[in-house]
Design a protein around this ligand. Structure first.
Ligand SMILES: Nc1ncnc2c1ncn2[C@@H]1O[C@H](COP(=O)(O)OP(=O)(O)OP(=O)(O)O)[C@@H](O)[C@H]1O
Ligand SMILES: [Mg+2]
Length: 157
């Protein structure tokens, strides 16, 4: 569900890890995949993968909003696969596992990826109304209350 605090919690855990002296790598899935694809064209994706590998905690945010092409899926799979073996990883997604195939576009790769992500993992499900929506509605209510008061004052004065 959008706006329910996934990035907020992942960032908070990342900050906490930093405060404990851990190295943290934070990437949005689409941006990382694009960067991997760009680097791959020059044969330099290993450098970026190495940088991520050095972190104690790898946070991959917003998986699911933008589908990847075949090469992008393979590169991201490679990063997650390595990460799962030797570092902590947090993945946030707006899609339930059953729909990850839509992002990676390959059933076998998605199954292998989910197997790794779920193994030893904790799954937190976020539900409810968007904090952004609630905040926006709250602001709207406040401002309309204000304008009512102003109008009201204007009328009574
Ligand atoms: N527990 C909370 N209390 C108050 N505000 C919160 C809380 N969690 C998140 N927020 C705020 O709500 C907004 C949305 O949170 P966040 O970006 O983490 O949502 P999200 O689940 O990652 O959304 P999306 O699916 O669109 O990426 C942010 O402004 C964030 O600071
Ligand atoms: Mg988010």
């Amino acid at each position: 569900m959008v706006g329910t605090g996934k990035t907020h919690l992942a960032t908070a855990l990342g900050i906490k890890a930093c405060m404990q002296g851990k190295r943290v790598a934070f990437y949005r899935a689409a941006e990382l995949t694009n960067e991997l694809l760009e680097k791959h064209e020059d044969g330099e994706e290993k450098k970026l993968m190495g940088k991520i590998e050095k972190a104690d905690l790898f946070i991959l945010d917003e998986l699911g909003y933008i589908p990847f092409n075949k090469k992008g899926s393979q590169l991201l799979f490679s990063v997650i696969s390595k990460s799962y073996e030797h570092q902590s990883i947090i993945v946030t997604s707006n899609l339930e596992f059953g729909r990850w195939n839509e992002v990676f576009g390959d059933e076998h790769l998605t199954a292998a990826l989910l197997d790794r992500v779920i193994h030893h993992g904790h799954i937190l499900s976020f539900s409810g109304e968007s904090f952004r929506f609630k905040e926006a509605m709250g602001n709207r209510k406040e401002s309309s209350d204000d304008s009512y008061k102003l109008t009201n004052n204007g009328l009574t004065s």
